[in-house]
Write a protein that binds this ligand. Structure first.
Ligand code: DC
Length: 289
């Protein structure tokens, strides 16, 4: 399999903060959390302060969402078969797989009459199509500031839309898609270190990271933050649908079987509902020292 996904995300100027004892002291910092918890902003600032690489794993899933959007592919999360698929192809299995190749999803043509099988059929077709599209997509992180291009096209803004985010969330529940992206994400762990944010960075992708943070805030506060972000980018939206989307994404991202958003005692948990971004950064940096 040719996986045309290239991670080009090096930091030019190495700067080790005074708190860092030496450059090997801290290699990987993961910041996981629900949508709009501020993890991307915080991770970027910390990466810049430490002179580390930065990986926005959500952007990768958003590119997958964009491919789905542009090709009219949708994914029905209510279908029972989704859970079977995730059971069969868990990310743990993917971790153990000798290569990162994927298996084509088979469609059971004998059972295509009832509604559920119809949904399964559509889901399988969508996944297979998406896997093909991913094979033909080169994704490049142009800077440490969130610039993303696919096949040379700058998609930094369009991947941030609500529609693309929702499709990213839906398709990211499919284990075979996650499996395909696993090694690509791990390739970002270069010297001098990496700060990364997402849903499963500390639980699946970098379980041995030196610091694993779970950053959260109340759904209402997160919806307010998202609303401001959308309004700044010119979208005319109100709080009610934004909160509804946040709650839907929380449920999708936490309840899925494949690498759900979760934390355990190996994580440091921070609720930043009532503190600023700078304060959040300071607290996380203090955990590094
Ligand atoms: O962080 P974000 O909102 O940009 O992520 C978009 C979606 O991508 C999110 O709803 C779930 C998925 N995602 C994931 O499943 N695993 C990750 N590590 C990052 C994102």
């Amino acid at each position: 399999m040719t996986l045309n996904l290239y991670g080009l995300n090096y930091t030019e100027n190495l700067f080790i903060s005074p708190g860092m004892k030496d450059k090997d002291y801290m290699k990987i910092v993961t910041i996981d959390g629900p949508a709009s918890s501020g993890k991307g902003t915080v991770a970027k600032i910390i990466a810049a302060k430490l002179g580390f690489n930065y990986l926005d794993s959500g952007a990768i899933y958003r590119v997958v969402g964009l491919l789905a959007y542009r090709n009219n592919l949708d994914y029905n999360l209510d279908s029972d078969d989704v859970n079977n698929l995730n059971d069969a192809d868990s990310v743990d299995d993917a971790n153990n797989a000798e290569d990162a190749d994927y298996v084509a999803v088979n469609i059971d043509s004998d059972n295509s009459t009832n509604n559920n099988n119809h949904n399964n059929h559509n889901n399988h077709s969508a996944i297979n199509k998406l896997l093909q599209l991913m094979d033909n997509t080169s994704i490049e992180f142009t800077t440490n500031n969130g610039g993303v291009t696919i096949n040379g096209e700058n998609v930094s803004d369009i991947i941030r839309s609500e529609k693309v985010g929702m499709l990213a969330s839906k398709f990211s529940s499919v284990a075979i898609i996650r499996q395909k992206l696993l090694q690509f994400q791990r390739n970002f762990a270069h010297d001098p270190g990496l700060v990364t944010d997402g849903r499963d960075m500390g639980s699946v992708v970098f379980p041995d990271a030196a610091l694993k943070v779970y950053l959260t805030a109340s759904p209402e506060i997160r919806a307010q933050r998202r609303l401001l972000q959308l309004q700044r980018s010119g979208e005319s939206v109100t709080i009610t649908p934004v909160l509804r989307d946040i709650l839907a994404r929380d449920a999708q991202d936490s309840l899925r079987k494949a690498a759900p958003l979760k934390f355990d005692e190996s994580f440091k948990v921070l609720d930043n509902s009532n503190i600023t971004i700078d304060e959040t950064v300071d607290i996380i940096i203090s955990w590094l020292n």
